[in-house]
Design a protein around this ligand. Structure first.
Ligand code: FE2
Ligand code: FE2
Length: 377
């Protein structure tokens, strides 16, 4: 059975045993190889005819930034940051406030354990962002090769540079400001492997630009809002400026391509989008953190899946993905298969939120900072 059938065939999308059966058994390996089957395409048509992509490419060229220019001298005391974040976001439950932990493995926890959990969660989250960014680096290099349009090859080449910078900043932040790395989460790795291995060029876009980056944009926005740490805040502001372009690239390209596809091909894209959504939801259950905290993983994951408030953070992650899928026509194509699946996953409420086709100009914080600097000079 392929991993895809495993997800589509899961009777209950919250089946904890199925979720935990996926684990990273190669945590000590330095290299992970994935065979890419897609053809590298030359095009002899050099005319730039896709104006939306031309505009995006020009924006990407002028809004580059240098990772070295971030305020790396900022002193980060991780324990203090965890406490300050919890104080600033009292409803977040970051330190176990407002939660009834009676009869759970958290029952005997004191503030010390809650702070440690906050530290581990941050190490884990930033590690997964870093690994995901490397996935984006590889996927966009692949898109340069496989997409048949010259405008898209040009734009994708700028994204390769953006993603290298993102891997660079997350790795540097982890190494110099935090207290430990985590290996890639197995659900995330499976998803990246599937995206890279697929030989259809548009699947790289759908998996990476729409699903992974759509989620990243929402997650970075959430973290940017929650954190009290100024270096991380500034780093996320700039990373998000880039990510908004990346998601726009996916929406603009696929909108054109999907208009040509037949019903059976569209259904394959709907299934791919749903599988990606479930893998990303599964990865956010952070099984590795519970394990490192010495907790019974299965019991805690079951608990997490039942907390009504998890919807706030977790479902927020889908706030970009669902409207973008709608804009691409994936939500309602055929018999509305994906609408039904997203309803079961509890994320359909986002369908009419702003899609990311045009949002990138508004989110260009790099350009805004330059304008401010020029005005005060
Ligand atoms: Fe990125
Ligand atoms: Fe990106």
């Amino acid at each position: 059975m392929s991993t895809n059938e495993e997800i589509i065939g899961r009777a209950d999308v919250d089946d904890v045993e199925a979720i935990l059966s996926v684990a990273n058994d190669q945590v000590d390996a330095v290299v992970h190889a994935v065979r890419a089957e897609a053809d590298a395409l030359f095009t002899w048509d050099y005319a730039q005819t896709r104006q939306a992509l031309v505009k995006l490419y020009e924006k990407a060229k002028t809004s580059q930034w240098n990772a070295h220019d971030l305020p790396w001298e900022t002193d980060v005391d991780q324990e203090k940051v965890v406490v300050a974040n919890a104080v600033q976001n009292p409803s977040s439950g970051l330190l176990g406030q407002n939660m009834d932990v009676t009869g759970t493995p958290f029952e005997k926890w004191t503030e010390k354990e809650w702070i440690q959990l906050g530290i581990e969660s941050q190490n884990w989250t930033l590690s997964q962002f870093m690994h995901g960014e490397q996935g984006a680096l590889i996927c966009t290099a692949q898109i340069v090769e496989t997409v048949p349009w010259i405008d898209a090859k040009y734009y994708a080449s700028t994204q390769v540079m953006d993603e290298a910078r993102h891997v660079e900043v997350f790795a540097r932040y982890l190494d110099t400001k935090l207290s430990g790395h985590y290996p890639i989460n197995a659900h995330l790795r499976m998803l990246l492997d599937d995206i890279i291995a697929d030989d259809r060029w548009d699947m790289t876009y759908l998996g990476m630009q729409i699903m992974v980056e759509g989620l990243a944009l929402a997650a970075f926005g959430f973290m940017h809002q929650m954190t009290t740490e100024p270096l991380l805040k500034q780093m996320l502001r700039y990373v998000m400026s880039d990510e908004a372009r990346h998601v726009a690239f996916g929406v603009l390209s696929l909108k054109e391509y999907y208009a040509e596809l037949g019903a059976a091909e569209i259904r394959e894209r709907q299934e791919f989008a749903f599988e990606a959504a479930v893998r990303m939801r599964d990865r956010f259950l952070q099984q590795e953190v519970w394990d490192r905290m010495g907790l019974p993983v299965e019991e805690v994951v079951k608990l997490v899946l039942q907390v009504p408030d998890r919807s706030m953070f977790q479902n927020m992650l889908f706030s970009k993905i669902v409207p973008n899928c709608k804009k691409l026509g994936l939500l309602d194509a055929g018999d509305g298969w994906l609408r039904q699946r997203f309803t079961e996953l509890g994320v359909i409420a986002f369908e009419d939120w702003v899609d990311t086709g045009e949002e990138y100009a508004m989110l260009d914080e790099v350009a805004k900072d330059r304008e401010t600097a020029a005005a005060t000079a």
